[in-house]
Design a protein around this ligand. Structure first.
Ligand SMILES: [Zn+2]
Ligand SMILES: [Zn+2]
Length: 394
């Protein structure tokens, strides 16, 4: 009954959801600057008669109450920010803000959550429980809008028993979704390292301290953090993507500058690894006569999908879409600030398929040609509304 009603409304509002998504897509705003996006969301919440509070500057949190008696509370989360990318798609809804693009699908997440709000407002006499609608800023930039909203109390008064979020995935066909119970995405830390030596003529190494050779040893040694110290049962990655030694054929430079990333799925090991990496780099570089500045900028924690909640929600998704349209996800070593919710509340982060190979819609997120098959929006709004109502015990 509930399922058919939701499916019907999802169909009837489909054109509006597409229009909202296209509006947001053509007016993208960077992390921490989502002013117009936030105003757009507020206007729609006003239109639905929902009350909301502002948090983390551009964030909004609204409450939608079912009219049947229930003290259950859950939260649904969408992110609103775009990326510093120039859109290469030739589409009517192409970005009007040159150099800024919704290349991670956050326009889809925001327009979908507005669609969910529309569906559940229409059906509010038919379910019990409260839904917190979280529209958060700045997923793409440290320290992450999620961490700020949690600090400002988004998960209090009332406290949700579960937080559910979705993210587009161009590897999965539109109409399908993916789940993974347990550890799903990695923590990320940024590494900024300078190895200092003493530069000079390349023909006189005995008079210099060569930071290039020291760096070569350090890079090789640091891989032991992953291969010898990390538990092989738990994923861990250390990559240095930038190494600058600005000497010449016959010039040994004064210093070498490096940037890298460290990712894992265990907060204790993450802390320990930070200490070990610094210690190993300092010991090694000093033993060779150089000095090292090893700066670690902490990023998001790892993301864990609480297994009981995730298996529940997955079951509801199978009811709604059919078993054949619900897939298993593999671990993914990228990061996502939804991880902050997952560290403090039972959470479930699932993937919305947006691929349509026959229309050439296959580009990855964070590329200038990323786009979605818009029929995915009907799946998205209907499914999320259904998951919410079912998870509230209706
Ligand atoms: Zn992204
Ligand atoms: Zn994203």
């Amino acid at each position: 009954m509930m399922k058919e009603k939701i499916q019907q409304i999802a169909k009837s509002i489909f054109n509006d959801v597409v229009a909202n998504r296209r509006h947001l897509h053509s007016h993208p705003e960077l992390s921490f600057s989502e002013v117009q996006t936030s105003a757009f969301v507020a206007k729609h919440l006003d239109g639905l008669g929902l009350t909301y509070e502002r948090m983390a500057d551009n964030g909004l949190v609204a409450l939608l109450k079912g009219e049947k008696p229930s003290d259950q509370v859950i939260a649904l989360r969408a992110d609103m920010d775009a990326l510093p990318i120039t859109e290469a798609n030739d589409v009517p809804y192409k970005s009007k803000n040159v150099g800024v693009m919704h290349a991670c699908g956050h326009d889809v997440h925001t327009s979908s959550l507005l669609g969910v709000a529309t569906i559940l407002t229409e059906l509010k006499s038919e379910f019990g429980g409260t839904i917190k609608l979280i529209f958060q800023p700045a997923e793409e930039k440290l320290p992450g809008g999620a961490s700020l909203m949690i600090k400002e109390g988004v998960l209090e008064n009332p406290k949700p028993s579960a937080v559910i979020g979705q993210h587009v995935m161009p590897l999965i066909d539109a109409g399908k979704v993916g789940f993974r119970a347990g550890k799903y995405m990695a923590s990320t830390d940024e590494l900024y390292v300078t190895v200092k030596g003493k530069g000079g003529h390349g023909a006189q190494p005995q008079q210099n301290i060569d930071p290039v050779i020291i760096t070569a040893q350090m890079l090789t040694a640091l891989q032991q953090i992953v291969s010898r110290f990390s538990d092989p049962k738990s994923p861990c990655v250390l990559s240095f993507g930038k190494v600058i030694a600005n000497g010449a054929t016959n010039v040994i430079p004064n210093e070498v500058y490096l940037e890298g990333t460290f990712r894992t799925m265990d907060e204790d090991w993450r802390k320990e690894a930070h200490i070990k990496m610094k210690k190993m780099a300092e010991g090694l570089v000093e033993s060779m006569g150089g000095t090292v500045y090893f700066n670690i900028v902490k990023g998001y924690p790892y993301l864990i999908n609480e297994p009981v909640l995730t298996n529940n929600v997955r079951g509801f998704a199978e009811d709604y879409l059919g078993k054949e349209n619900v897939l298993d996800l593999d671990i993914w070593m990228a990061a996502e600030d939804f991880a902050y919710y997952s560290q403090v509340a039972d959470s479930c982060f699932y993937r919305l398929g947006t691929r349509n190979e026959s229309r050439g819609i296959t580009s990855s997120v964070h590329t200038p040609t990323f786009d979605i098959e818009e029929t995915a929006l009907e799946t998205s709004v209907g499914l999320m509304a259904y998951l919410a109502v079912k998870q509230l015990g209706n």
